[in-house]
Design a binder for this molecule. Structure first.
Ligand code: DGT
Ligand code: CA
Ligand code: CA
Ligand code: ZN
Length: 610
């Protein structure tokens, strides 16, 4: 599908227009198109072929023409013209968190800066400060310098959701190839990390039964159970290189193939082809993390064993005898350990802790509801009824509809009169939904203002069934201010849960950097829940904060913050993050049964009345 490529192109055009201070309406229109394209469930090429482009919301005649031109020729002349007006380095600079088109324009036109390298050098040498450019004092420049570091740690990495989708497709393809028994992605993706450097995949083929030709580092070709006397591994490697997933080959060997996916993602994929008897050991090894593996290997050595990607071996004289490795379980068992879920494998105590609560670790199937959802009343794309229908389809027992509050004017946030009306509409729909056993809460995602006060008065909040309080602005405040802000919001008795507590976004925004131990302590004392926002641009709470919240017995909510039905699918990324923070089912509020969830709300309400 070309949907994402086109979305990126329109977003890029909007950025360039903003930098050139062109027509604001056009900028808004292009941003909207980018977003619509990103969330479009249908293939844009199919819609174009059916002459249906203009039925997509936000797309008019001229943008439809642009899209057709792109599908035909691979570029849009008007955009190319536009892009050529700005040095590529200046556009790169706009990827730095908090460095918007305005600042980029000043740095470029008045400071003569045309690349990130020049910017870095100019700040470090103090020459930029000397220029005294508008809005670019010493403090702001230092902030930019810090944010550059954030960019450098995320640059070249994909978001969890992006990598997840690509890897899932590749694995499905690999499983269709003759001779393939299993295929599984490993690495940071299997561990559910928030960004992914490259995708690692292990492919399982039949054992090589010809002992004399056994050379695991060479080709593993031999008689396969499929009755073909062909080098299975080499054939699979060929098929991979000829597939649509392969944009360019980085390294080609019979058992290891590395390639890059085609643009615009262009992520590296390392595929290893392994015989069945070693598949578990390969999974274990390539899932990592490296720190976990190093520790595991040390444990093996202490037991007089050898552990590598081919298995666990007993060393007898100068001979090695394989004692485990066909499954991951066998590898861990040989070392006297239970199988450890990939999300825990970070050498954060998972190998030392006794009584790891592995059976109760939260899972996607435990989720009973989603408590942060948007409709067309603010910036969502669905109606109340559509959200309810989706919740029903997923077997959820409860949801909360939480549109933006009044300060979010760019997201069409609701002024009080519109909120009251919206609440009425939700309650009417809720009555219907109740018949099919779904509890629909009329809520709001209320802004936490810079000082920690909320965007609606208490007397309004008390009329709502569910209050998510989230920061959306003032992300550059210092640690003390951010901590006080969040602690104050946590202490508000009308707030049920703090949404995306730090507000960070990949790759563009570092977000608040509060003292999370204080925020979590306050949440524990007030019985306020903290959200793991499951949108993979956020994953906020992040894993380390989840672990702190779990230790402090703070209830956690995993919410998708869906702005479109498709976004309900993000729940898995929130689950992975929760598991990385060692969260059990019992730690997560929205795993509770409807009755238990109602009890929690009731108790919270009684607390507020005190
Ligand atoms: P990434 O790709 O940066 O998001 O992170 P990973 O964890 O996927 O790292 P990657 O792709 O370099 O390697 C995949 C796994 O292979 C890694 O998690 C552990 C294993 N591995 C790689 N190199 C080494 C090594 O030198 N020693 C050990 N023990 N394991 C390694
Ligand atoms: Ca990797
Ligand atoms: Ca790799
Ligand atoms: Zn939201």
């Amino acid at each position: 599908m070309k949907n994402l490529e086109l979305a990126k192109l329109f977003e890029h055009a909007a950025e360039v227009l903003a930098l050139l201070e062109e027509n604001a309406f056009k900028i808004i229109a292009y941003r909207k198109i980018a977003r619509v394209l990103e969330e479009l469930p249908d293939d844009i090429e199919k819609l174009a072929a059916a002459n249906k482009l203009e039925t997509i919301p936000g797309i008019g005649k001229s943008s439809a023409d642009h899209i057709l031109e792109y599908l035909r020729s691979g570029q849009i002349a008007e955009f190319e013209d536009l892009f050529s007006q700005i040095p590529a380095g200046v556009l790169q600079m706009m990827k730095i968190p908090t460095l918007g088109p305005k600042t980029a324009s000043i740095l470029w036109r008045e400071g003569g800066i045309t690349s990130i390298e020049q910017l870095k050098a100019g700040i470090d040498a103090g020459t930029l400060a000397e220029l005294k450019l508008k809005g670019l004092g010493e403090k702001k420049l230092q902030k930019i310098r810090e944010n550059l570091a954030h960019l450098e740690t995320t640059a070249g990495r994909l978001r969890l959701g992006e990598a997840f989708q690509i890897a899932t497709e590749i694995v499905a393809f690999l499983k269709t190839l003759p001779g393939v028994i299993h295929a599984q992605y490993c690495g940071s993706l299997r561990r559910g990390k928030e960004t992914i450097g490259d995708i690692d995949i292990a492919v399982c083929i039949p054992n090589d039964n010809d002992d004399q030709s056994r050379d695991r580092k060479g080709a593993t070709g031999t008689d396969s159970p499929h009755g073909r006397t062909l080098p299975v591994a080499a054939q699979i490697a060929d098929a991979i290189r000829q597939s649509d997933f392969c944009g360019s080959v980085i390294q080609a060997g019979p058992t290891k193939t590395s390639f890059r996916t085609p643009p615009p993602t262009g992520i590296q994929v390392d595929v290893r082809i392994v015989p069945e008897e070693s598949f578990g050991a390969a999974l274990q090894y390539f899932t990592g993390s490296q720190a976990h593996n190093v520790k595991l290997r040390e444990m093996a050595i202490k037991k007089g064993l050898k552990l590598n990607e081919w298995g666990v071996f007993k060393v007898i004289g100068n001979k090695e005898q394989q004692i485990a490795g066909d499954t991951e379980e066998s590898v861990y068992a040989a070392l006297g350990l239970p199988w450890i879920p990939p999300e825990l494998r970070e050498d954060h105590g998972e190998l030392e802790t006794r009584n790891l609560k592995l059976e109760t670790l939260v899972a996607l199937s435990d989720i009973r509801g989603d408590l942060h959802l948007h409709t067309t009343a603010s910036d969502g794309t669905n109606s109340i009824d559509e959200l309810i229908a989706e919740a029903k389809r997923r077997g959820y027992q409860y949801i909360a509809i939480t549109d933006h509050s009044k300060s979010q004017f760019q997201a069409n946030g609701l002024k009080v009169d519109r909120l009251i009306e919206h609440v009425k509409a939700i309650r009417a729909a809720a009555k219907e939904a109740e018949k099919s056993g779904i509890l629909v809460l009329a809520g709001s995602e209320v802004d936490i203002l810079a000082d920690g006060s909320l965007d609606y008065e208490d007397e309004i909040l008390t009329q709502l069934d569910w209050v998510v309080a989230s920061p959306h602005t003032a992300f550059t405040q210092d640690t003390d201010a951010a901590t006080q802000r969040l602690v104050r919001a946590v202490a508000n008795p009308y707030v049920h849960v703090i949404g995306h507590p730090t507000g960070r976004k990949f790759p563009s925004r570092r977000g608040l950097e509060p003292d999370m131990s204080k925020v979590i302590f306050a949440a524990a004392r007030n019985g306020t829940a903290l959200e793991i926002n499951a949108n993979d641009e956020r994953l906020d709470l992040r894993d380390v904060h989840v672990r702190m919240a779990v230790d402090a017995h703070v209830p956690i909510c995993i919410n998708t913050d869906a702005h479109a039905l498709d976004n309900f699918n993000c729940m898995i990324y929130g689950i992975l993050t929760a598991r990385r923070g060692w969260a059990s089912k019992g730690d997560v509020l929205n795993t509770r049964s409807l009755e238990e969830f109602k009890k929690w709300r009731k108790q919270r309400k009684e607390q507020a009345m005190w």
